[in-house]
Design a protein around this ligand. Structure first.
Ligand code: SF4
Length: 142
C-alpha cells in the first residue's frame, strides 16, 4: 500500500488530500467535496497537465509565439512535446487561437497559438517607421 499527500487544485480552498493506493483502488481522505476524490484519483492514476511553451517564428515581428495545448496531456509526454516544439519553425503571420499542431503525439490534443504574430514589414512595403540608424529618444518618468 502506498500513501501520497496531495493538494487539491480544483478550487481555492486547496484541501490537503491523502490518497491510499492499493492494487487497483485509490482511497481519498481530506477532501471537502467529491471533486477532491476525482482530482486525487486522476493525479495518482493518470496525471495530466495543460502545457504552455514558445515556438520559433520566421518572418514575424516577434521571433517567438506563445503556445499551449488545447487540453491536458499526460505528464509523461511533456518532455517529448517540448522536444517536438523545439524542432518547429513557423512562418508569420500567426493568428491567436490558430491550430499549429493537430493531434500532438497521437493524444488527440492540439497545440494552439496564444498570441498573434504579425508579418515583419519588408523593404518593399515602405520605409520603416523608425529607421535603424535613427537615434531613439527614451523618456523615463521617475
Ligand atoms: S476537495 Fe473540494 S473543497 Fe477541497 S479543494 Fe478540492 S474542490 Fe475545493
Amino acid at each position: 500500500m502506498e500513501k501520497r499527500g496531495l493538494t487539491c487544485i480544483s478550487c481555492p480552498l486547496g484541501c490537503d488530500l491523502e490518497a491510499e493506493v492499493s492494487a487497483d483502488t485509490v482511497t481519498v481522505t481530506g477532501n471537502r467535496c467529491e471533486k477532491g476524490v476525482v482530482y486525487a484519483k486522476a493525479e495518482v492514476l493518470n496525471p495530466q497537465r495543460v502545457v504552455t511553451s514558445n515556438v520559433l517564428v520566421e518572418g514575424g515581428l516577434s521571433p517567438l509565439v506563445s503556445v499551449k495545448t488545447s487540453a491536458p496531456i499526460p505528464k509523461g509526454l511533456i518532455g517529448k512535446m517540448i522536444q517536438e516544439l523545439k524542432n518547429i519553425r513557423l512562418h508569420a503571420p500567426i493568428r491567436i487561437g490558430q491550430v499549429l499542431i493537430r493531434d500532438l503525439l497521437g493524444t488527440g490534443v492540439d497545440v494552439v497559438a496564444t498570441r498573434a504574430v504579425e508579418l515583419l514589414p519588408t523593404a518593399q512595403s515602405g520605409p520603416s517607421p523608425i529607421p535603424i540608424s535613427h537615434p531613439i529618444d527614451v523618456c523615463v518618468k521617475l
